[in-house]
Ligand binder design. Structure first.
Ligand code: CAA
Length: 242
């Protein structure tokens, strides 16, 4: 029987590539999404991956959404916490909404989504939790005090939960992508983005499929001895000790 994988924010951008990659690797995949119904349904029709709509920052909605995934697809063995948003702007001009929306969606969601999933993983003695952080959680970024704080928080979450879970056959790792060619990165002002690309030693943006390939490894049985890791994949833009 194939294992079930849930990808949050799994119908667009990096999440869609991850969901598709896991399906090709043989998982029964479910993709969560929050807002864009039209895109989500197009993704479902194109890939055959069932989609589930809920707000990952909402604890109750997440518990209900996960119950629906487990009822309709099966017990979750692989969880990819990928959903994330940006509300860029200088901190001295940032209102509380921009701070709070980013922290809730990017970081509170790790509680809301992982908490209902992990008990089943512990009971079954197997799990793969893969959290998508960011280069900007490692190095910081002008205009992203909120986002960088949330993505750095994901790194701490990963390490602590890895320690708690290691004896239960559950690995918890995080990936820090650099600038990947998605709608989120294309929303950066053109002139600013040109400057960012000029600073990437590889000379280009990443591809979502390159992040998905790394997720496939972390989701596999073969990765069982890797836990608590912070994996850097950014074209050489920032060389972190992982
Ligand atoms: N370094 C130094 N100064 C900078 C700067 C920088 N990187 N960026 C802007 N400034 C300066 C400008 O030169 C300008 O100075 P002057 O007024 O003296 O000319 C001043 O700041 C205002 O600049 P802007 O007109 O750009 O101001 P803004 O308020 O419209 O925008 C910003 C500022 C929000 C930081 C904008 O530059 C921006 O969006 N930057 C990109 C942020 C970014 O990298 N986001 C990543 C999104 S993708 C993602 O998050 C995925 C991932 O994980 C990597």
């Amino acid at each position: 029987m194939s294992k079930v994988a849930l990808v949050t924010g799994g119908t667009r951008g990096i999440g869609a590539a991850i969901a598709t990659g896991l399906k090709i690797a043989g998982f029964d995949v479910a993709a969560n999404f929050a807002g864009n119904v039209e895109k989500a349904h197009a993704f479902r029709d194109e890939t055959g991956i069932p989609v589930f709509k809920w707000d990952v920052s909402d604890v109750k909605a997440s518990a209900e959404g996960i119950a629906a995934v487990e009822r309709e697809v099966g017990p979750i063995s692989v969880l990819v916490n990928n959903a994330g948003i940006t509300r860029d702007g200088w901190f001295h001009k940032m209102d509380y909404d921009a701070w709070s929306a980013v922290l809730r969606t990017n970081l509170d969601s790790l509680y809301a989504v992982t908490r209902p999933v992990i008990e089943g993983m512990r009971e079954r003695g197997f799990g793969r939790i893969i959290n998508i952080s960011s280069i900007n959680g490692q190095k910081g970024q002008i205009g992203q005090v909120n986002y960088s704080a949330s993505k750095a928080g994901i790194i701490g979450f990963t390490k602590a939960l890895a320690l708690e879970s290691a004896r239960k056959g559950i690995t918890v790792n995080c990936i820090c992508p650099g600038y990947v060619d998605t709608d989120m990165v294309q929303a950066v002002p053109e002139k600013v983005l040109e400057g960012i690309i000029a600073g990437i030693p590889a000379g280009r943006l990443g591809q979502a499929s390159e992040i998905a390939a790394l997720v496939n490894y972390l989701a596999s049985d073969a990765s069982g001895f890797m836990t608590g890791s912070v994996l850097t994949i950014n074209g050489g833009q920032y060389l972190a000790n992982g």
